[in-house]
Design a protein around this ligand. Structure first.
Ligand code: NAD
Length: 295
């Protein structure tokens, strides 16, 4: 049994921490939002007044925060967690952040004598609840070997992408492709509906044809086609438009840095930014479907 300091108990971190508790680990938690902490404490987690308190005596620290600035603020600086950890504590950051930000924090950790892996995830809230996430890991094999038993509780696919930051690069590529697939699927469905087709029938045809993709398989963006999908629940919950905009921003920054051509990603980012600016930032990203509807 390990003692884990878990920071950030939102839509993803909350269920991930609960799975660690259910597997018998001791989990010390901290979140800025009291209510998020309470739901994990109700299942056996220990509440803390600060992140520093939560990591005291921990074998491993796991963070699941919104963006780069939150992760850098948590770990770096005079009062950052890196200055508060017990010797030999392993740091696992599961947030989706900029690769260069992950490298910066990992370098500061290494300088202070700590191993760190970036381990962003794919699989959404359903994957976090079910313990079926995919982890994309950057860092040393030695650190991953120590982290693996915990990652296997929270996920079912664990990939070693390369050195520090490589997990974040893999995540950025995946989410850019996801945005392209979701916007493409939404416009194809709307084209069919505008031409008199039933969206459920069209979805089934495309899923079994060369247009088949993950959105059609498990996350159909058209309301009523797939009862379990956010589209059939007013696009509530799921993966927020604001988070997709963040990830597409990370993809564009990576493309600029490396001189990569990403025209499809750039267009998807434009569509999502426009959609988010119309007050849709806090609903599921499959709601891009509504931007193709005739007014
Ligand atoms: P969320 O906003 O629901 O949760 C983030 C939590 O972090 C919040 O509870 C917030 O209060 C807490 N927090 C922020 N700063 C903090 C600090 N300094 N100390 C302690 N707690 C702090 O976000 P989420 O959906 O759980 O996503 C977390 C990360 O996972 C993001 O980087 C996101 O891009 C990524 N991700 C999300 C999904 C998804 O489907 N929601 C899927 C894959 C990856």
């Amino acid at each position: 049994m390990s003692t884990i300091g878990f920071i950030g108990l939102g839509n993803m971190g909350g269920p991930m921490a609960k799975n660690l508790l259910n597997a018998g680990h001791q989990v010390k938690v901290f979140d800025l939002v009291e209510a998020s902490m309470a739901s994990v404490v109700a299942e056996g987690g220990t509440a803390n007044k600060s992140a520093a308190d939560a990591v005291r005596g921990a074998d491993l620290v796991i963070s699941m925060l919104p963006a780069s600035k939150h992760v850098e603020a948590l770990y770096l600086g005079d009062a950052g967690l890196i200055t508060q950890l017990d010797a030999d504590t392993l740091i696992i950051d599961c947030s989706t952040i900029a690769p260069e930000s992950a490298r910066k924090v990992a370098a500061a950790a290494a300088e202070a004598g700590f191993d760190m892996i970036d381990a962003p995830v794919s699989g959404g809230v359903g994957g976090a609840v079910g313990g079926t996430l995919t982890f994309m890991v950057g860092g040393s094999s030695k650190a991953l070997d120590i982290a693996r038993p915990l990652l296997e509780i929270m996920g079912k696919n664990i990939f070693h992408a390369g050195d520090a930051g490589a997990g974040q690069v893999a995540k950025v590529c995946n989410n850019m492709l996801l945005a392209v697939l979701m916007t493409g699927t939404a416009e194809a469905l709307q084209l069919g509906v505008n031409n008199g087709l039933d969206p459920a029938v069209l979805s089934e045809i495309m899923q079994k044809s060369s247009g088949g993709n993950w959105a059609l398989e498990v996350y159909n963006p058209f309301p009523g086609v797939m009862p379990s999908a956010p589209a059939s629940n007013d696009y509530a919950g799921g993966f927020l438009v604001d988070l997709m905009i963040k990830d597409l921003g990370l993809a564009m920054a990576s493309a600029l840095e490396t001189g990569s051509s990403t025209p499809m990603g750039a267009l998807a980012r434009n569509l999502y930014v426009t959609h988010g600016a119309k007050g849709n930032g806090q609903i599921d990203f499959s709601s891009i479907q509504t931007s193709f509807q005739k007014q």
